[in-house]
Design a protein around this ligand. Sequence first.
Ligand code: ADP
Ligand code: MG
Length: 463
Amino acid sequence: MKQTTKTNNPDLRGTVLLSADNISKFYGEGRRRIQVLRDICLDIREGEIVVVLGPSGAGKSTLLRILSGLSKPSGGRVLFRGEPHEGPNASIAIVFQTFALFPWLTVYENVEVGVLNSDLSETQRRRSILKAIDTIGLDGFEDAYPKELSGGMRQRVGFARALVVEPEILFMDEPFSTLDVLTAENLKKELLSLWAERKIPTKAVVLVTHNIDEAVTMGDRLVVMGTDPGNIRVDMPGLPLEERAKDHPEHIRMVDYLYGVMTNPSEVVAPFGPETPVAMPEAPALRPFQVLPHVEVGQITGLVERLHSANDREDIYVVGRDLNMEVDDLLPLVQALDLLGLGDVEEGDVFLTPVGVRFADAGLQERKEIFRDQARENVQLIRAILHGIESDIANRIRWDDVLEDMERQFTTEEAERQLDTAIDWGRYAELFAYDDSDGVFSRESEEYSAPPEGEEGESEAEE
Ligand code: ADP
Ligand code: MG
């Protein structure tokens, strides 16, 4: 049966604008050389919003930079309308996660930056700037300065600056991720309807995200990337527009399907279709959790450093002797290393993976970042907590609820210990915030205010 592509602009469907032809990318040199992208083949066609979904570190931003000509692939080619193309391309514009606006320029002038180098006449230029400002809902804010605008409005200036060049392809790298949930939802809806009404003057959009719901909401086509090295695991049509709503059964099924794909990084996945059983029809908790070894981040760091000082590889008994640990105590530590993708065991030796070596060499902040990526990628319980936070309307999830789910698999005591470990790791990695006093997980760096009404928090002892 012929696979049909469900784009919103069916009469534009088809022509390939941009292709990645077997792209690979390496960073670093010698022993530090790391492959970040492997065998990427991808066609961007007219009329599509292509969403590239993947965990942090999958190489999404790298791929986007290569496709847009900002960076060179190590192998393979990028073709624009069938012709090899190198270097920045005027037909392409990019919106970044946080768009760098010039604080001393007005909204109008910030958008004007997009067309400063064009050969438009003064009148044409003015007309296209005002049109972009109008399209993106900034009408009336032409003379405002960035500091007078909300985060959402500032990001709109970023979109307007990208649209004013009327690029053939618009690339967006997690453009909603720094906005609060409601603002982001609102902006997504508006962009979608502008796109459906063809008021966005581009032929294709490539949107990078790590948010599954956003991918299902925005994507005419969904491309799922896996890591180590970054590769394309799934390339599939998105839902028809009318089915893209958080409570539509197909939307929910596709979110669950993608969640299943992303939490099983090493599995070959069945394509999504009407009959595809999704990974978790009911709740994430029905999926068995890994058993987390109970070790603290400090111990993991200690082992990594010990191994690094021995050329990244050591006999497990020698390590035990040096660290003054029984092998039984050492094993959970080695398991943790393995689980996090920092190390592995081979013929009685423990050794560091390239990521483990990078971790060993990194400074404090970079270590946190590496640990964050590894934990988010590999630790199911942490993923489940993050998923819970993301899918909750207030971005909060209760310790009690997580525990209850885990008790289907563990004794209460073990479930509590598992959660303690996940909290220790997650806090260190700044993946989420956890408030001991009311037992609530929330997004990192985002304090929630008063607890919802009708809920009596355990009253704290007064100071
Ligand atoms: P994503 O956008 O999916 O989070 P990135 O493309 O930013 O992924 O990064 C993919 C991998 O490449 C990560 O492991 C990251 O640390 C590494 N990386 C990205 N940019 C560089 C660089 N300039 N030098 C070395 N490594 C890099
Ligand atoms: Mg990125």
